[in-house]
Write a protein that binds this ligand. Structure first.
Ligand code: NAD
Length: 490
């Protein structure tokens, strides 16, 4: 059994209220860890430590080379502990080892990417009137609150921690209360890099207490959140007291548009990957599959034939292709949506049930599921289910495809499959989403920004855009002749 502590002001601590939370393996319901449960006073201690480190400590003033050095060390240590971190991620989140392995490698690469941006030239100069030299420099924001979900416990954390530290901020970070295991390992790694105390703090616990206090605290200057859209709305309100800068990466219900002229097998393959990777618990999942009417029957037949063959099981089994859902609550939510879909009149094309039997009974497994005969207004078409549940929609032409694609409150991701390059470009430009693909799905790159339109978010992660989120912009106007203004006569 793992014992997980919080990391505040350079020390490993239990929660001040001595609370504990049991952490569950979603593949079999067993308790794998006891995590310290933080409360409001723990957040206050973490914020105070971060303020001290930022306002009076050496961190924000380090040279680019020095600061990049810490991030490079973190990357190297993540690589060294790759297999251990991947195994723990699988144990805690349930995802297959192969997926967890990619996450760990990506996390190391993300630290290296942001280390590389630190010494890059930045800032601008302007030619302005009045014998002034105007220039812009970028500065860290101060103390940043970072709150992440459970679907990529390590990777989502690094998407925030790496750029926040690269920019020179101090951080107060909260993992999901469901999946804190690799977060504690990541903080062991940050400690081993020798980061000055107080620069990186971790408080574990519930969203309504620990998360809310981070969002409310006037000692926090910026909040970067990834999670559900409704939680994002609450955080926006909570963050308004001291006008925090905010960056929100939220939910999605992304359209995957398949035209009749697409490479059939490749489109089926990516449609499966789009929705069933991560057991559908991916914000950018291709959860709405829009198929041109003329190929619908053949497409659904091939899709369901392959979906029924997906090997569902414990993530630690090397044969497993799709793992369990993360928790009993998530299982209940997904099963509830399956019932809603049936009650709304949609037809199940495959799956539609909880998996049972010896290997499944104590875990949270749902069969790969797809609905056909849907209507755009149905809840299963409009709402984020966040599980292995695809809904098929059909369209007759490009205009209808685009209209249906954009007909939800979300705008996170979208894809189009066609051999007609001009059509691919026309359609993808009209899809109101920040992350899009042509003839592929799910590729994510540290170099390119990750950004939601509409109710899928505000601001960006990754790329140079992701670094900008953690920087202030300062204008400096320099009087070149040094003389007085001459405005007043006396
Ligand atoms: P969630 O919104 O329930 O929780 C996310 C985090 O917020 C957790 O750490 C939680 O403890 C905390 N939280 C909850 N209530 C809070 C409050 N009132 N104040 C402050 N913090 C609070 O989301 P989840 O169920 O953990 O994750 C699934 C959601 O995350 C999905 O909607 C998914 O689409 C989204 N997501 C988005 C992206 C993206 O990049 N856009 C990536 C991954 C996940």
């Amino acid at each position: 059994m793992l014992e997980l502590s919080m990391y505040i002001d350079g020390e490993w601590r239990q929660g001040s209220g001595n609370g504990k939370r049991e952490i569950i393996n979603p593949a079999n319901g067993e308790v794998i860890a006891q995590a310290a449960e933080g409360n409001v006073s723990d957040v206050r201690a973490a914020v105070q430590a971060a303020r001290e480190a930022f306002d009076r400590g050496p961190w924000p003033g380090l040279s680019a080379e020095e600061r990049a050095g810490y991030l490079l060390k973190a990357a190297a240590k993540i690589d060294e502990r790759h297999d251990e971190l991947a195994a723990l991620e699988t144990l805690d989140n349930g995802k297959p080892l192969r997926e967890a392995g990619y996450d760990v490698s990506d996390a190391a690469a993300c630290f290296r990417y942001y280390a590389g941006l630190i010494p890059a030239p930045h800032g601008e100069t302007y030619t302005v009137p009045d014998n002034m030299q105007a220039m812009v420099i970028r500065e860290p924001i101060g103390v940043c609150g970072l709150i992440v979900p459970w679907n990529y416990p390590l990777l989502m954390s690094v998407w925030k921690i790496a750029p926040a530290l690269a920019a020179g901020n101090a951080i107060v970070y909260k993992p999901s209360e469901l999946t804190p295991v690799t977060a504690t390992k990541l903080f062991e790694i940050l400690e081993e890099t020798g980061l000055p105390k107080g620069v990186a703090n971790m408080v574990m616990g519930a969203g309504e207490t620990v998360g809310n206090e981070i969002a409310v605290s006037h000692g926090v200057d910026m909040i970067s959140f990834t999670g559900g859209t409704d939680t994002g709305r609450r955080i926006m309100k909570a963050a308004s007291g001291n006008m925090k800068k905010i960056s929100l990466e939220l939910g999605g219900k992304s359209p995957n548009i398949i035209f009749a002229d697409a490479d059939f097998e490749s489109a089926v393959d990516y449609a499966l990957f789009g929705i069933y990777a991560g057991a559908g618990q991916i914000c950018s999942a291709g959860s709405r599959i829009l198929v041109e009417e003329s190929i619908k029957d053949a497409f659904v037949a091939r899709f369901t034939e392959r979906a029924n063959k997906i090997r569902v099981g414990a993530g630690g089994d090397p044969e497993t292709e799709m793992g369990p859902l993360v928790s009993q609550e998530q299982l209940d939510k997904v099963l509830r949506y399956i019932e809603i879909g049936k009650a709304e009149g949609a037809e199940i094309a495959c799956g539609g049930f909880r998996l049972t039997g010896r290997d499944y009974d104590n875990g949270f497994f749902v069969a790969p599921t797809a609905f056909i005969d849907t209507e755009p207004g149905m809840r299963i078409v409009q709402e984020e289910i966040f599980g292995p549940v695809a809904v098929f929609q059909t369209f007759r032409d490009e205009t209808e495809a685009v209209r249906l694609a954009n007909e939800t409150k979300y705008g996170l991701a979208g894809a189009v499959f066609t051999k007609d390059a001009a059509r691919a470009m026309r359609v993808i430009k009209k899809v109101r989403a920040g992350i899009t693909w042509v003839n592929t799905y799910h590729g994510t790159y540290n170099e390119a920004p990750w950004h939601g339109y509409k109710q899928s978010g505000i601001g960006s992660s990754l790329g140079t855009y992701g670094l900008d989120e953690f920087l202030e912009t300062k204008q400096i106007n320099f009087n070149l002749d040094g003389g007085p203004s001459g405005w007043f006569s006396g």
